[in-house]
Design a binder for this molecule. Structure first.
Ligand code: ATP
Ligand code: MG
Length: 547
């Protein structure tokens, strides 16, 4: 195993010193939303470390907030982790699977005089925990007897108290400068059913109490989490030391992934979904794993991205261009080429008859094993309206009246006539092909421009969805109206395109480079062979903030 970051260095050291014979990590999502690109970083780290060390990684749902959680999220998270290319060890685990053990440990803490039932209101508790002359204020209930605490906790469990009327708190240190040690709440009453345990419980353990014990019960060796948990580590360690759990995992923090032009908070992503700003968690504009997948990202490209950004303790913002680079880089070397015309303009080649000529081209210039595709050439074709100009800017290399252009993989054509409708709009071009230019340059002149085209008669109509960045601002939170105030209205457009016939059979998730346009994927949900729908994954080059 290579010590390529400080966490892997620690793991290498712990294996070398014999502290651990086998490494066990875990990925612990809360099933209250879909996973996003930030989670991909944590997944690649936890599963990656385990794989490289010949150990294993658990998938554990941290499900202590039943109202916010849902089976739909559990299913989506499992699907996404698998799709990214990882498999957890054994069965899926749930913090709720440890509710009995967590309850027994709470009894143990009470018996040790290390936990008490506090009957203050939530406001009084939070007031008491805040700082008054450098310390918190002790609860008047802090010194209840063990017997009284056991009896009250039992009543909490039996549903004899109302929500909010009391909680169980760990008895640590109200004078600690670290608020997390000022007698944190470890159990609260919530009379709601749970997606895994049904009506069994009306008290639920808090995250900070549940997480260390769950880690210990699974014999996790390294509990990897993001930096905001650094201040929680003292309680993590206090709890496991006090209880004397059979294992004491080492918590190590690393910095979260922040991406510009992106929000990575499940709460905000849920708002985008719930308020209808996007069409669901897997909308291709979303930075969720499911959204990136539908957008056309590959697991390889996301893993490559996580590898490139690396693991450290320094907070920074990664340019979303890096993510786009990774998918371009992967598709450049793998995606078959094809021609698509996104904004079709009819062209009649007047010196060609009604028969169809089959032209051929490699599916990929560097992957002969992908074979060739047939490209039918017919008298009527379409080109992109933007590839013709009747008022060409300087340096325009594509088609103009009286000018010539190369049809990709086909002939050089000359535009003889522009046909307009009554409104003066261009509706058709009439051209002649130089039939001596197939696979060779025209005699005595240079033709610089090359454009894509599709047969108008045997080409296939396809819906193409053009996606772009969801936010117009690098820091979507910076403006007065927050992230909802800078949603990019141009991030989703639908066009009716014509694509070459080889694309008709595209299966959902088949990926292509549409020559001169970018990378596209047949939509996972809506594309059907014979009736393809394509999503633009990314353009051929970075078109933001420049040319
Ligand atoms: P969010 O803020 O999106 O709700 P979370 O941390 O509450 O995220 P969890 O489901 O608890 O979401 O996260 C599971 C794991 O993924 C945790 O270990 C968490 O630290 C990690 N994680 C979440 N967001 C990021 C991120 N942006 N970068 C790296 N790791 C992350
Ligand atoms: Mg969380």
């Amino acid at each position: 195993m290579e010590a390529k970051d400080f966490i892997r260095a620690q793991v290498v050291e712990d294996l070398a010193s014999g502290k651990h014979a086998r490494i066990i990590t875990r990925f612990p999502p809360e099933p209250n939303g879909y996973l996003h690109i930030g989670h991909a970083k944590s997944i690649c780290l936890n599963f990656g470390v385990a794989q490289e060390a010949g150990g294993e990684c658990n998938l554990r749902f941290d499900d202590t907030n039943p109202e916010k959680e849902d089976q739909e999220y559990i299913d989506a998270i499992k699907r996404d982790v698998n799709w990214l290319g990882f498999q957890w060890a054994g069965e899926t685990r749930y913090a709720s699977g440890y509710f009995d053990a967590l309850y027994d440990y709470a009894l143990q803490l009470i018996r040790m005089g290390k936990a008490y039932v506090d009957s203050q209101s939530p406001e009084e508790i939070s007031q008491g925990r805040s700082t008054h002359n450098g310390a918190g204020i002790e609860s008047p209930y802090r010194n209840r007897s063990v017997e009284e605490n056991l009896a009250l906790f039992e009543k909490m469990r039996n549903g004899e108290f109302d929500e909010g009327s009391c909680v169980l708190r760990a008895k640590v240190d109200m004078a600690s400068p670290n608020i997390n040690l000022r007698d944190p709440v470890i159990y609260r009453i919530k009379k709601v059913p749970h997606h895994q345990t049904g009506d069994k419980w009306v008290i639920y353990p808090m995250y900070d109490y549940t997480h260390p014990i769950s880690d210990a019960l699974e014999y996790i060796t390294h509990s990897l989490c993001t930096l905001e948990f650094e201040d929680h580590r003292p309680f993590y360690d206090w709890l496991l030391e006090t209880l004397g759990t059979p294992a004491h995992p080492q918590q190590i923090e690393f910095s979260r992934l922040n991406l510009n032009y992106t929000v990575t908070s499940k709460r905000k992503l849920k708002k985008l979904v719930d308020e209808g700003h996007v069409n669901g968690w897997d909308d291709p504009r979303m930075p969720t794993i499911a959204g990136l997948r539908r957008r056309g990202y590959t697991p390889e490209s996301l893993r490559d991205f996580c590898d490139r950004i690396g693991i450290s303790k320094s907070e920074g913002v990664v340019d979303v261009g890096m993510l786009e680079f990774c998918i371009r880089n992967h598709l450049e070397n793998t995606a078959p080429r094809a021609m698509a015309v996104l904004n079709p303009l009819k062209v009649v080649i007047t010196n060609v008859g009604d028969e169809t000529q089959i032209l051929r081209s490699a599916r990929h210039p560097n992957l002969p094993e992908l074979g060739e595709r047939e490209i039918p050439f017919t008298r009527e074709i379409v080109i992109d309206a933007a590839d013709f100009s009747d008022n060409p800017p300087k340096g325009f290399k594509r088609l103009v009246q009286g000018g010539e252009v190369r049809l990709r993989h086909s002939y050089v054509i000359r535009c003889d006539e522009v046909v307009r409708n009554e409104a003066g709009e261009i509706v058709e071009l009439r051209c002649t092909a130089d039939l001596d230019t197939l696979g060779k340059n025209p005699e005595g002149r240079k033709v610089k421009g090359v454009i894509q085209w599709v047969s108008a008669t045997v080409g296939v109509a396809a819906e193409v969805r053009l996606y772009d960045r969801l936010f117009t601002q690098p820091d979507p939170e910076a403006g007065d109206d927050g992230f909802l105030g800078c949603i990019n209205p141009e991030a989703f457009k639908v066009v009716q395109a014509m694509v070459e016939p080889s694309l008709a059979a595209a299966a959902p998730e088949d990926r292509f480079q549409f020559e001169r346009e970018g990378y596209f994927v047949a939509d996972l949900t809506d594309s059907k062979p014979g009736k393809p729908v394509f999503n633009r994954t990314v353009g051929l080059r970075d078109s933001w903030g420049g040319a």
